[in-house]
Design a protein. Structure first.
Length: 346
């Protein structure tokens, strides 16, 4: 049994904790929080041992009536591996603590690639991180792009990827994020950071990215153009992507015209927190002109990296092969259950 500590119990951390708890070969040692809030209370109610991430804030937990199991250092010492789901920049600061206790750790995509020994995507480079001390699970957008690039590169070869990312301004709970009523080039400089980030997974890939930030909270949307090294038809590409485990090619008949409809579908399907772990690719958008492929995909920024973190645990510790880990993760989380209802015919 793999003993997993979760340092940070916010948007990503609480989802990873739930996913790890469902795995047949893992258990959650506990979770760490910097302050008492509804998420700290929820963690205790779910039966997770709660650890204080900041020593001087421990009295605040007692004042809130929330019991602590100890300090974050104790959590790290008891864990075989730690998933660091702290805000961007904090994970890098925590690296010294993980090294002190000789505990490997997974950082999230908001950390710089230079901080870690390697970057990880389950579909694309599972076997490269075994034995590393510090691994970064790449960001939601880079995860989505990597899942798309891998099968296309393997099946057809890729000359170049061009991606425009229309990015949500903030997560639903991030009331301080923006824009409120604007559309921002983000960043103004080209390319955006997403292309170089994909290169941490595919070092030789030619990719240009640019980004826009919009006043929305639901999902990111990508406009993709891939110049391939061969000339498949659109239906062949569609079948290729439909056969992937973590890509959902949206059938036209579902009538999903945007991110809001996709989220409602996930909610109706009974997904926890209406999470969407897969890339959602609009089937009718898949178009091939010569060697150029075009499509639109939506990425749920709160959840698509969750199965990646679970797989990264096994990859770093070397406990399962890529195919075994992905299948185990997906089955335990319920990702094998299609989002699309069965079409009924008269």
């Amino acid at each position: 049994m793999i003993h997993v500590g979760i340092n940070g119990y916010g948007t990503i951390g609480k989802r990873v904790a739930d996913a790890v708890r469902k795995q047949p070969d893992m258990e959650v040692v506990g979770v760490a929080k910097t302050r008492p809030n509804f998420e700290a209370s929820s963690a205790v109610e779910k039966g997770f041992d709660l650890y204080a991430a900041v020593e001087e804030r421990k009295p605040r937990f007692a004042e809130a009536g929330i019991d602590l199991a100890g300090d974050v250092e104790e959590l790290v010492e008891q864990s075989d591996i730690v998933v660091d789901a702290c805000p961007s920049g904090i994970g890098a600061d925590n690296a010294e603590m993980y090294e002190e206790y000789d505990t490997p750790a997974l950082l999230q995509g908001g950390e710089d690639a230079e901080v870690v020994d390697g970057s990880f995507n389950a579909r694309s480079n599972f076997d490269t991180v075994e034995g590393m001390d510090l691994v970064r699970v790449v960001s939601c957008n880079t995860t989505g792009l990597s899942r798309l690039v891998a099968p296309l590169q393997e099946e057809y070869g890729i000359e170049k990827v061009r991606a425009t990312l229309v990015r949500r301004g903030g997560d639903p709970a991030q009331s301080g994020r923006g824009p409120i009523n604007d559309i921002l080039p983000n960043p103004v400089e080209l390319p955006s950071h997403h292309g170089p980030d994909v290169n941490t997974i595919f070092p030789d890939l030619e990719i240009d990215t640019l980004g826009l930030k919009v006043p929305a909270t639901l999902m990111h949307t990508h406009s993709i153009n891939v110049t391939l090294q061969s000339n498949p038809d659109a239906e062949a590409v569609r079948e290729l992507l439909d056969d992937e485990r973590r890509t959902f090619v949206i059938p036209e008949w579902l009538g999903l015209d945007g991110a809001g409809a996709i989220k409602e579908l996930a909610q109706d399907a009974g997904r926890p927190r209406a999470d969407i772990w897969e890339n959602c690719i609009w089937g009718e958008s898949i178009t091939v002109e010569g060697d150029d492929l075009y499509l639109f995909q939506a990425i749920h920024q709160e959840s698509d990296v969750v199965p990646e973190n679970v797989d990264a645990i096994r990859a770093v510790l070397g406990t399962k092969s890529q195919s075994e880990s992905i299948a185990t993760t997906d089955e335990a989380m319920g990702l094998d259950d299609s989002l699309a209802p069965t079409r009924t015919r008269d």
